[in-house]
Ligand binder design. Structure first.
Ligand code: NIG
Ligand code: FE
Length: 381
């Protein structure tokens, strides 16, 4: 079954070769893109959709989320807006709640958040565990995540459970928890931060994950400067996430690596912390991704257009850089080349905007600009 999406005013392919094409068309065959080019040269198809001059971009790739939880932490947010700092300590509030929650309750919340994501143009999402902090509750989260995405991350080293010691808990994550949880995940992640895991503990967990067949990614340099980014590069992690507190050596290491810097401006918005220096990263040639970090503590947004607007306004990314980071950048942060760009052979994941250009995503912040979403060649919204 082929579909021709025709009369596209601006096609933002995020593909290095094709770039931006005006007056364009996209042909899909089954779940893949078959052809991309000017409308005037469009081939025939079983079905033709006239998009009336709207802009089309790749479906967003949200490469960092923590959506498996039950209750929100709105009071914690209100306290922060009244002057309380964010310390990461609230993670334990959600850990206690997730340990009590049934699988059905967690699943219902995941579905609600993924539906929000899908309606706002996201077609691929990564989902982390990390609110269980014991084998049984981590497995419960991983099983739910796996029902909704291939991009499942074991984050047993999210924080240190109450009453435990970091080194001793990291050992448990790296040994008994890893052997049971690794088969249920694709990625291993750790929160390398003061009050969570230090460099040695982070390395131990990530190396154990690699030995168990997982690919590493790291919560690095979020709240303070630490060794997270250097460890990510040393272990060839797909992504170092947050990258808020970097020095010149960190930027240099990222620029000379295959590790993407995933920026999560929803977290800085919601914690009132300084935004990461996206300009310095981009100017140094670092590959940058944007993601929501959707979680009940530091960033309770599921909305990629909001993150794009923040990245442009607060982090000095151009609209084109921000849309690329939210699509192609996210795909690179997941080491995928079949998503995040519109090109022959890639998955037919398209987001149609109620606007003539990708610029409107930042130019009209807060305005619902998603007209239609195509995932694997099917119109899902
Ligand atoms: O990426 N930094 C660690 N983890 C999450 C926050 C989780 C929470 O506060 O519940 C983050 O910001
Ligand atoms: Fe996170």
């Amino acid at each position: 079954m082929s579909n021709l999406f025709d009369n596209i005013g601006e096609l933002f392919t995020a593909d290095e070769e094709s770039g931006v094409i005006t007056d364009a068309a996209v042909l899909t065959e089954g779940d893949r893109v078959a052809w991309v080019g000017p409308s005037a040269e469009a081939p025939d198809a079983d079905l033709r959709y006239d998009l009336g001059g709207k802009a089309v971009i790749p479906g967003f790739v949200d490469s960092h989320s923590h959506v498996v939880f039950r209750r929100d932490r709105a009071a914690e947010f209100a306290a922060r807006m009244a002057g309380e700092p964010y310390t990461g300590g609230g993670i334990r509030t959600t850990v206690a709640d997730v340990n009590e929650a049934t699988e059905e309750e967690l699943e219902a919340n995941v579905k609600r958040l993924l539906d929000e994501m899908s309606r706002t143009g996201t077609t691929t999402v990564e989902i982390k565990s990390g609110y269980g902090l014991n084998t049984e509750a981590e497995l419960k989260q991983l099983a739910i995540a796996a029902r909704h995405t291939e991009e499942v991350t074991f984050l047993g080293a999210h924080t240190v459970p109450s009453g435990r010691e970091a080194g001793e808990y990291a050992d448990e994550v790296a040994t008994s928890m890893m052997s049971v949880c690794a088969p249920q995940a694709k990625w291993v992640d750790a929160f390398c931060e003061k009050g969570a895991f230090d460099g040695d503990q982070t390395r131990r967990v990530l190396r154990a994950g690699i030995d168990a067949g997982l690919l590493p990614r790291v919560h690095a340099n979020q709240l303070s400067h630490g060794p997270g980014v250097q460890i990510a590069v040393e272990l060839d992690a797909a992504s170092a996430d947050h990258c808020t507190h970097l020095d010149a050596a960190d930027i240099d290491a990222l620029a000379n690596s295959n590790t993407v810097a995933t920026l999560l401006p929803g977290a800085e918005f919601s914690t009132r912390n300084p935004y990461p220096d996206a300009r310095a990263l981009l100017d140094a040639g670092v590959s940058v991704a944007l993601a929501t970090d959707c979680n009940p503590g530091s960033s309770f947004t599921s909305n990629m257009p909001f993150c794009i607007a923040l990245a442009v306004r607060e982090m000095r990314m151009t609209p084109a850089e921000a849309v690329s980071a939210a699509t192609l950048g996210g795909a690179r942060a997941l080491r995928r080349d079949d998503i995040g760009r519109i090109a022959p052979g890639a998955r037919a994941d398209l987001t149609v905007l109620k606007a003539p250009s990708h610029i409107h995503l930042a130019y009209r912040p807060g305005v619902p600009l998603i007209s239609a979403v195509v995932k694997n060649g099917r119109i899902v919204h």
